[in-house]
Design a protein around this ligand. Structure first.
Ligand SMILES: Nc1ncnc2c1ncn2[C@@H]1O[C@H](COP(=O)(O)OP(=O)(O)OP(=O)(O)O)[C@@H](O)[C@H]1O
Ligand SMILES: [Mg+2]
Length: 523
């Protein structure tokens, strides 16, 4: 923000920076719900504009309007200075706009190349598909971003980050001058995210304008030049990234201050109390090897590690989703051998999976049906009796308890914003009332405000005696744990008490660069 100075009359009138994209006065209603009201954004070539806001603030809706996937009720769009009408996805493509949506929209059975070629110039003359030209172009695109995905591999066989690169590759095949990325790094590791920042640098150096949506605020401040914040569908303001820090940006997003993650203070140390789960020598080659651990009642046990360290695979063994190779487990003093997640649920063990959209939700079903899906016990303690009225009442309570943004518990889950869908999956398992709740990356895609609500829920459950196993790649949030295990190459290599579970220490242990990694026997 500039202030008037005595030199003002000496200054030459500033040349307005050319914009590649301007959206002005955009409004959109769904049913009676105002998803966007009079929102304006402006993006210049070679710059990164971050769009920030809580779950349901309207970010994806704005991007979908730009993509021609949704029509605005009011507002204008200018691309490279000229007003344009975008009423279908082809219009957006023709204008050099390109999108990587929150849901990637790839065809799983098609190869990477086939997916990248979709919508691209067909390569040959007179619209004939020229596969060799397309392959050459795809290779050029991969050279440009310095990242290679096997072009003939089917997308369904690729890792999540590779799929994302296919989606980016598809954008670049179309020679886009504006690329919008909706939560690109939600399922990325740190290294993958770093690689993406490098790619963004390359693109902006070529003059591409980037619209960037993310809930990871440190990342936003690192990547973006400008930040526009939305709250409840309205514009809060536009800022230079250098004017902001995480605390002030959080304040703009949530409308109040949010405390950072702090250590839990418990009257009794749960790690000294009774044990709930003991695991000995658990193995399933090649991803899980000889894992032993103890989880106490009411304890929050974190599991840190790099992607591929075997954490998700361990969680799957704990709920019987995969068969155990060797080793044994005891739950509540009794042998525990779940043969399926259903067995685990009956024993009171539930897993909130990492791939929540695909594994945790039925999108066409209502909020209340989804929230009720995993509930174990009715008041009589019977499994499997279902009363719709009771389900609706419980769902209403859950919606307010978890701060889920929905017009009603009868709304289809598919209509909710991405982050609110996540909260429903977490809520569904919390409502099941397990004695052991395993959470795999519980806050990915969840906004700062809701994240601290989820921590409160976890702490509350633990205080009530539920044991929590929390897998997280966000080492800062592991501060809510009583103890953190570190996994490397399929096995537990360290157990760190809360007081020493700092981000730096955990990172070092995960990479094995800390000589202290065997300082304490994992227990
Ligand atoms: N097709 C739809 N039908 C009804 N309501 C919708 C539809 N799409 C979005 N909404 C509503 O519009 C609002 C804005 O949703 P949007 O997806 O744009 O949020 P977002 O900012 O992207 O959130 P998140 O960070 O959770 O992804 C939400 O209240 C959502 O429920
Ligand atoms: Mg969204």
């Amino acid at each position: 923000m500039t202030e008037a100075t005595a030199f003002d009359d000496l200054a030459v009138a500033p040349v307005p920076e050319p914009t590649c994209l301007e959206m002005t006065g955009v409004s959109k209603q769904f049913g009676g719900h105002q998803a966007l009201e009079d929102v304006s954004i402006s993006l210049s070539p070679g710059r990164v504009l971050a769009l920030c806001g809580a779950n349901g603030a309207g970010k994806s809706t704005l991007v979908r309007i730009l993509a021609g996937a949704e029509s605005a009720d009011a507002g204008t769009i200018r691309v490279h200075g000229s007003e344009v009408a975008i009423s279908a996805p082809q219009d957006a493509t023709r204008l050099g706009l390109s999108f990587i949506h929150q849901e990637l929209n790839l065809v799983p059975k098609f190869t990477a190349l086939q997916n990248m070629a979709m919508g691209a110039d067909r390569g040959g003359r007179a619209g004939v598909l020229d596969l060799r030209a397309l392959r050459r172009k795809a290779q050029q695109v991969q050279d440009r971003i310095g990242y290679r995905v096997p072009l003939d591999a089917r997308v369904e066989d690729l890792a999540v980050s590779d799929r994302w690169m296919v989606s980016l590759g598809r954008s670049l095949m179309r020679d886009a001058t504006i690329v919008a990325m909706d939560e690109p790094t939600a399922s990325f590791t740190k290294e993958e995210a770093e690689r993406l920042y490098g790619i963004i640098d390359e693109l902006t150096a070529d003059g591409v304008g980037i619209l960037y949506i993310s809930h990871r605020l440190e990342e936003v401040l690192q990547v973006a030049d400008d930040v526009t914040v939305l709250r409840n569908g309205r514009l809060v303001g536009s800022f230079g990234a250098s004017e902001l820090d995480v605390a002030s940006l959080t304040h703009h997003i949530v409308g109040r201050d949010v405390e950072g993650v702090t250590h839990r203070v418990t009257a009794v140390d749960p790690t000294q109390g009774p044990e709930l789960l003991t695991v000995e020598g658990l193995t399933r080659e090649p991803r899980v090897r000889d894992v032993s651990l103890t989880l106490h009642r009411g304890e929050i046990l974190g599991v840190a590690g790099l992607v591929g360290a075997g954490r998700t695979e361990l969680a799957r063994l704990l709920i019987g989703a995969d068969p155990v190779g060797s080793g044994s487990m005891t739950l509540d003093g009794k042998p525990y051998h779940p043969r399926s997640p259903y067995d685990a649920i009956k024993a009171g063990v539930a897993l909130v999976p990492e791939e929540r959209r695909s594994q945790g939700l039925i999108l066409r079903n209502s909020v209340s049906a989804n929230l009720g899906m995993a509930s174990l016990r009715d008041p009589a303690g019977k499994v499997g009796t279902y009363s719709p009225r009771r389900a609706v009442r419980i769902a209403r309570e859950a919606v307010s308890r978890f701060g889920i943004k929905t017009s009603s518990v009868h709304e289809a889950v598919g209509e909710l914003s991405g982050g609110n869908q996540q909260k429903i999956v977490v809520g569904k398992y919390v409502l099941a009332g397990p004695q052991l709740l395993i959470l795999d990356e519980p806050t990915v895609g969840v906004d700062v405000g809701a994240r601290s609500e989820i921590y409160d829920i976890i702490r509350g459950l633990a205080a009530g005696g539920t044991s929590i196993l929390m897998i997280s790649s966000d080492f800062e949030e592991l501060a809510i744990c009583d103890r953190v295990l570190v996994m490397r190459e399929g096995t537990v290599t360290a157990s760190v008490p809360a007081s020493r579970a700092t981000k730096d220490h955990l990172t070092a242990l995960c990479f094995g660069t800390d000589s202290a990694s065997h300082e304490q026997d994992p227990s």
